[in-house]
Design a protein around this ligand. Structure first.
Ligand SMILES: [Zn+2]
Length: 322
């Protein structure tokens, strides 16, 4: 039986380069790459087209985040501040048209930046992750419900949730209860999934049942392969040698080395974590070039061992075998 392999794409959203904004507003660091280049404010729609080209060419599957109120600068329903709403609509249409078959969609909270004050309007003076650690289900449920409502209104079925940073990891039981309640509120769905855990030091990991009560269940989908693409943000290099070097860390050209091989050898599922900014590489798209190489290698040298799966497919598989 082929082992499931899956691609987790975090921080994707129309136009906004969220990393650039939360670096400055949540982490209080200047919006520059570590080698001193200014981080770009926006990611053009053409980059989404090129990501879809790569994902489709290799039959990749997984999940794709849609941040509904990216960096607090507009939202997916009314458009992004300073840009025609048509650009946001076009981005959402492309995602729907080209990724629906083989990717699940999910919100990654509301802003991936400062937490939204739902009762009084405006924003708290802290990021969504630090804010979340002091909450319980009574405040997390409306927050998650709001995030899912945005996706539903934009015509997306959000089958799960992605946690920005380590959102609510200190109150995970409360978070789990809130995810289950929000899925019930918005989509009437008893079975869903969430991504919070990055288990790159536990390569034998597979998804697990985090909560079950009768027919209601929540599946935790962890990542097991680090975001090796991230380093491209901070490098001016985009040459073939650099691209191959990044791909090698994920899977070597003979299939015998790299993190995917380590995960397969220990009996885990290779669940690859990446970020929109890691693939965009501050405009150089070096990360996307490395993803293209990884996709080709998986098909060339691992075709008899692995099979691309969406997060929903991982969820059903885990629920069935639990
Ligand atoms: Zn994120």
């Amino acid at each position: 039986m082929a082992i499931p392999i899956s691609l987790i794409v975090d921080d994707s959203c129309p136009l906004i380069h969220v990393y650039r904004f939360h670096k400055e507003e949540v982490h209080d660091s200047p919006p520059y790459t570590s080698d001193g280049r200014l981080l770009l404010d926006t990611i053009p729609n053409e980059f989404l087209d090129r990501f879809c080209d790569v994902a489709q060419a290799h039959g990749m599957a997984g999940k794709f985040s849609i941040i509904p109120v990216p960096a607090g600068r507009g939202d997916i329903l009314s458009g992004i501040d300073g840009h025609s709403p048509a650009i946001t609509r076009e981005w959402l249409d492309t995602v729907k048209r080209r990724l629906s078959d083989r990717f699940d969609f999910c919100p990654e909270m509301l802003t991936h930046n400062l937490a939204v004050n739902l009762s009084e309007g405006g924003y708290y003076d802290e990021g969504e992750s630090p804010w979340s650690q002091k909450q319980d289900r009574s405040t997390l449920t409306p927050y998650l419900t709001k995030a899912m409502e945005y996706l539903k209104a934009a015509g997306f079925d959000a089958t799960g949730v992605t946690s920005p940073w380590t959102f609510a990891s200190d109150v995970e039981d409360e978070y789990i209860a809130a995810i289950v309640a929000a899925q019930q509120n918005v989509y009437g769905r008893p079975l869903s999934w969430y991504f919070l855990h990055t288990l790159h030091d536990k390569p034998a990991s597979k998804p697990w049942v985090a909560f079950q009560d009768g027919d209601t269940a929540l599946i935790s989908i962890p990542s097991t392969v680090d975001d090796f693409w991230w380093q491209t943000i901070d490098s001016p290099r985009s040459d073939q040698e650099f691209v191959q070097h990044i791909a090698d860390a994920v899977i070597t050209s003979d299939g015998r080395g790299g993190k995917i091989r380590e995960v397969l050898e220990t009996g885990g599922f290779p669940i690859l974590l990446t970020h929109w900014q890691s693939l965009f590489s501050n405009g150089l798209e070096t990360g996307l070039a490395a993803l293209d190489v990884v996709g080709r290698r998986v098909n060339e040298v691992l075709a008899s061992e692995v099979e691309w799966k969406t997060c929903s497919e991982l969820m059903h598989l885990t629920a069935r075998t639990a």
